[in-house]
Design a protein around this ligand. Sequence first.
Ligand SMILES: Nc1ncnc2c1ncn2[C@@H]1O[C@H](COP(=O)(O)OP(=O)(O)OP(=O)(O)O)[C@@H](O)[C@H]1O
Ligand SMILES: [Mg+2]
Length: 267
Amino acid sequence: MTTPPRPTPPLPSQPPSSALLSATGLCKRYPNGVAAVDDVSLYLRKGEILGLVGESGSGKSTTAKMILRLLRPDAGQVIFAGRDLATVRGAELRALRARLQLVPQSPQTSLNPRLTIGQAIAFNLRAHGCPRAAVPARVAALLDRVGVPPGDAGRYPHEMSGGQVQRVALARALSTDPELIVCDEAVSALDKSIQAQVLNLLAALQRDTGVAVLFISHDLAVVEHIADRVAVMRHGRVVEEGDVHQVWTAPHDPYTRELLSSIPPLG
Ligand SMILES: Nc1ncnc2c1ncn2[C@@H]1O[C@H](COP(=O)(O)OP(=O)(O)OP(=O)(O)O)[C@@H](O)[C@H]1O
Ligand SMILES: [Mg+2]
């Protein structure tokens, strides 16, 4: 008896030649033997929001760290703005870092507790070449843009709410006019109503600046709301990738179907 051929999972579509970021065949095994990422490929166009979803431990953050060059892949390649990140050094690497920014998950750890929020943004501005004299006005404009009163620049993160801290983390990320922001569960720790406000802010900032966003989340409803395309990860691999509405309407992969069936109806 012959077994019927397994349906071919939709492989990540080929990156367009104009892709801003293209990661190919990324692999990472941690020293403890965990194969966290196993042959992951994904791409982002300029100005696009790619949702990266999957259960806890599926390798989303590890993928993000390799894309941000915070972690060296065991195999694979990350091409950003036409440059192979593994080969970039020195001044070019610093310049490239300004173009790739991270908004981390936890309001408690996304900002240095010893710096005022104004200092945190100023630090990023100065690290990427903003003239000292221009810093205060830039800090004020950035805070204003994310809905934090510029008069709060002297406050410390612990004196602010989680939503405000994530707004400041967005302002800091935007301070270098990046082309790509990686949001790793950036709104997951916030209450639902605050989460919606910060998401709407992110969407507005994305529209205004044209920045591309790699939006990592385990919350599929949030990803559907914000993303253009989605990649679904499981056990270190991308099991499905495509236009978010197409994937959500007609998922190919059984795991994607399982994930989607667990979304609570919108309230
Ligand atoms: N520094 C590390 N050392 C060893 N193992 C790690 C390390 N970081 C992550 N892992 C393991 O690698 C796998 C992938 O982890 P990763 O943090 O990338 O997943 P994730 O999809 O971001 O999960 P979550 O949704 O919980 O944030 C997990 O099994 C995790 O336990
Ligand atoms: Mg993670």
